[in-house]
Ligand binder design. Sequence first.
Ligand code: MD3
Ligand code: FE
Length: 220
Amino acid sequence: MQTELLPHALEEAQDRAVTVSLGARAVLLRGLARERSPALIAAITSIAAVSPFRHMVTRSGWKMSVALTNCGQVGWVTDRAGYRYDSIDPLTAQHWPVMPRIFSELAAEAAEAAGFGDFCADACLVNRYVPGARLSLHQDRNERDFDQPIVSVSLGLPAVFLWGGQSRADRVRRIPLLHGDIVVWGGPDRLTFHGVHTLAEGEHKLTGSCRFNITLRRAL
Ligand code: MD3
Ligand code: FE
């Protein structure tokens, strides 16, 4: 009996958004974006039709395995000159696409649920992972005001999120991030070292063999 009941119970639990505390001001809102995921994925497709996904080069000259694009007032870019936010897409030489309302509304809602009122994102980085892609441990420090939280939404294939400490050498926790999960990072957790483990092979019914992550930021 248990073998029949357990999957059903799990499915029920998954139907509600579950809040998991990852730190003092880091909150995982399990599944909060799941119902809106088809619209979020459609919005990513529209953004990428204007500003395509591309593999940027880091300051040290390595090509990133993660492909990225942006929307909003400014976008995060990297090249041999380093990391920064720029209002112009270097590939198209045009402004980045406008941030879809569904992104900014979801970001404000998630931030509110995590205890950050009046969050108004002006930049959104969209990452695309295929199997084998990874993001090594780093801090996000190109934003002007570290008191503003970052909201991240995971879509498609699952990934193992690597969550370290305030220094690169601190031990790293591994947290699975699933389709529809949102994480909000702020306060003392805002400058935590983090990364994404090498994406495993797989197929997702909405994204195929890829994972998207959108991070909503107040950059300016
Ligand atoms: C913790 N992206 O784009 S999202 C990034 O899944 C980035 O694509 C990962 O790290 C991804 O910079 C992780 C979760 C995340 C985003 C920003 C953070 C966690 C964070 C900033 C500070 C602390
Ligand atoms: Fe990051």
